[in-house]
Design a binder for this molecule. Structure first.
Ligand code: NAD
Length: 417
């Protein structure tokens, strides 16, 4: 989510400032939310496969835990910065609050290039990082999860390292695990499921019938490809899709299964039979009803926002719309379901995984999806109502709702000593 245009933590704090004045935030809570509760900075010496030792820098930022244990993913990337991790921890706090799950917000990051590391090197890095933060994480303290370039295998190593240090198995110390280690059914497509539930609820508000409506999906990875599946299930025609190699279009609609199959076979959506290739930037400007940005940050900018024709944007990606673009889209009456709400399905099912682990239960996919549906619809409606009450965009409404909930918890707890 790091912005190429500005410092992401400054952006997060600007959002806090504007929301604070919008909701007349309690000054003490406001003061406490201006900086993370705890920042861990750890040095990670790792023996590389060729025998030399390389020192990696890692962070865990725990932003706020007034509503419950800290929660947030761990990112492995060469461009990780402390400010990026601080921003992501702030946004996790708002995200958990907006869907009303009993968690605070955190994020972890290690500066490394996982694409150029062996599995064994990544395992040693993960175990050392876990050991260095072990005293500050745990099922009731801080529950990590996967993020960019970390996955269920990474979570398995964290679970094992943490459990070895404790002396007993603690599956609830981390989420996003494989099913065999206590992972939840439905986690792999939960972000997209939540995102399309939001798009469906937004369509209801606009009285837009979904049968025969059209959509474009930018990015065809986990969030994007599953979003296409769920849109198709609702009767929406997905006419365009893209990935890092290019974009495709078909007036009669792209079959989600065939598109994914083609991507898996060839590495890209480009070249799918029955589709034509279009310029990637054009995908965002197509005359469609719903746009799902599911790729990178800053894809809708001041340069292209004025050409966006979609009536609904449901932000599967984190930070796909710049603040300048937001202002243009607001003027053009585009209903944007903001990232902290639209992609909160992932953390919601992470929460459900934790609840199952704490109770030593394993639910069916239907049970998980039913609870996800309830949480997402409630969060959508609460954010929408807040935006109407305050006469602001849904992004500002969702921020107002979530920051107010965190501030209320802070006020009730009081300050010790
Ligand atoms: P992914 O790596 O599975 O997929 C990303 C896709 O984007 C790939 O298909 C890639 O080719 C494509 N892409 C990259 N650059 C592109 C470009 N310039 N134009 C078009 N497509 C491009 O990642 P993901 O897990 O699907 O995540 C996508 C976004 O959703 C990210 O912003 C991520 O932070 C956010 N998100 C994902 C989850 C989740 O559970 N997967 C949860 C919350 C937020």
């Amino acid at each position: 989510m790091s912005s190429k245009e500005s410092n992401p933590y400054e952006n997060a704090m600007k959002q806090l400032e504007s929301t604070a004045s919008l909701i007349k935030l309690d000054p003490a809570a406001h003061e406490m939310l201006k900086s993370p509760k705890r920042i861990l900075s750890v040095s990670l010496p790792i023996k590389m496969d060729d025998g030399h030792v390389k020192n990696f820098q890692g962070y865990r930022v725990q932003f706020n835990d007034a509503r419950g244990p800290f929660k947030g993913g761990i990112r492995y990337h060469p461009n990780v910065t402390l400010d990026e991790v601080k921003a992501l921890a702030t946004w996790m706090t708002w995200k958990c609050s907006v869907v009303d799950i009993p968690y605070g917000g955190a994020k972890g990051g290690v500066i490394c290039d996982p694409k150029n590391m062996s599995t064994a090197e990544k395992e040693r890095l993960t175990r050392r990082y876990t050991a260095m933060i072990a005293d500050f994480i745990g099922p009731y303290r801080d529950v990590p999860a996967p993020d960019v370039y970390t996955d269920s295998q990474t979570m398995s190593w964290i679970l094992d390292t943490y459990s070895q240090l404790k002396g007993y198995q603690v599956p609830e110390c981390v989420t996003g695990k494989p099913i065999a280690l206590g992972g939840s059914e439905g986690r792999n497509n939960s972000t997209a499921r939540g995102c399309i539930i939001c798009a469906r609820e937004a369509a209801k508000q606009l009285r837009l019938p979904l049968k025969g409506a059209t959509a474009a999906v930018q990015g065809y990875g986990n969030a994007g490809s599953w979003s296409a599946v769920f849109l198709q299930e609702l009767g929406v025609k997905v006419v365009a899709a893209s990935d890092s190699s290019g974009a495709i279009y078909s007036k009669s609609g792209l079959d989600s299964a065939k598109t994914l199959n083609h991507k898996e076979q060839t590495g890209s959506v480009v070249g799918l039979e029955g589709s034509e290739q279009i310029e990637p930037e054009k995908l965002l400007e197509l005359d469609v009803d719903i746009l799902v940005p599911a790729a990178l940050e800053n894809s809708i900018t001041a340069h292209n926002a004025g050409n966006v024709k979609a009536k609904i944007i449901s932000e599967a990606a984190n930070g796909p719309t710049t603040p300048e673009a937001d202002a243009i889209l607001e003027k053009n009456k585009v209903l944007i379901v903001p990232d902290i709400l639209a992609n909160a399905g992932g953390v919601t099912v992470s929460y459900l995984e934790w609840v199952q682990n704490l109770n030593r239960e394993h639910w069916t996919e239907d049970q998980v999806n039913e609870r996800l549906e309830q949480k997402m619809v409630a969060a959508f409606n609460a954010s929408y109502e807040m935006s109407k009450k305050l006469n602001v965009t849904m992004r500002s409404g969702a921020l107002a709702l979530s920051i107010k909930r965190v501030a209320d918890a802070i006020q009730l707890l009081g300050i010790w000593p």
